[in-house]
Design a protein around this ligand. Structure first.
Ligand SMILES: Cc1ncc(COP(=O)(O)O)c(C=O)c1O
Length: 247
């Protein structure tokens, strides 16, 4: 390993400097990334790795008690502003001229009429995932497949719910679906609010216990993907059938 020995005039101590490529082993990080990517790159839900990294940050910086990871500095600043306003009851903020805190409106004072930037905006990993997913989506039959499995899923869940005596309705288009604990039809938010949220909560938790992770809110859309097999759809319907009889 190449090292350089330096002498600090102030402390009168010698220390070693390693070349940056030796001090930081990018190969290790890339190998870990490759392993993580195999398990999926985005879930729209919390993951265990957040806890691991948060605990590392907290133990590295003694003044930090809690950590919440978001997508960008802009979002972090927006959230911290909301938190500070709620806690202090104060509305005004101080913005230092010339400092950048993201591209949300309140942070752009004296920044010019248009500004868009972001540390992770258009980041190459996300762009690669997007490009290659869209390329695959262009293959013949993909949307037809999605439409088929999503329709089967929604109809299967509705039928299972009705068999167990529940009010339920739902709808879908290609890879997107939703269902509600109400007779329906649901065309707008007022209709959607008629849904029995308590019943949905019971359904959500029981499904989770049975190994199926739906979005935790009744008002959130669900998505199927090309990775879902017909067997996945049938086992989800079977789980819903078991759960509907229990709630
Ligand atoms: C202090 C501070 N806040 C917010 C941001 C905005 O972060 P992002 O570009 O991830 O939105 C930056 C980015 O440079 C920053 O330095």
């Amino acid at each position: 390993m190449r090292m350089a020995v330096s002498f600090d005039e102030k402390t009168k101590k010698t220390f070693t400097i390693r070349k940056s490529e030796e001090a930081f082993n990018a190969a290790k990080v890339l190998a870990a990334l490759a392993e993580t990517m195999k398990k999926g790159t985005s879930f729209g839900a919390p993951c265990l790795l957040e806890i691991v990294l948060a605990e590392m940050v907290i133990s590295a910086v003694p003044s930090i008690e809690m950590v919440c990871f978001v997508n960008s500095g802009t979002e972090a600043c927006m959230s911290v502003l909301r938190l500070a306003r709620a806690y202090t009851g104060k509305k005004k903020i101080i913005k230092f001229e010339g400092c950048y805190h993201g591209h949300a409106d309140p942070f752009l004072v004296k920044a010019g009429p248009m500004y868009q930037a972001g540390t992770l905006s258009g980041n190459p990993l996300a762009m690669t995932a997007g490009i290659h997913t869209l390329k695959q989506m262009k293959e013949p039959g993909t949307y037809e497949y999605l439409n088929k499995i999503t329709g089967e899923l929604v109809q299967g869940i509705i039928d299972a719910g009705k068999r167990a005596g529940h009010s339920i309705c739902g709808g879908y288009i290609r890879g997107m679906f939703g269902f509600f604990s109400t007779e329906g039809p649901v065309y707008n938010f007022a209709d959607a609010k008629k849904s029995d949220a308590t019943k949905f909560a019971k359904f959500y938790w029981k499904m989770l216990e049975d190994g199926v992770y739906f979005a935790p809110s009744q008002f959130e859309a669900g998505f199927t993907s090309l990775a879902h097999t017909p067997e996945d759809i049938q086992s989800t319907i079977a789980a819903a059938e078991r759960v509907f009889w229990q709630i």
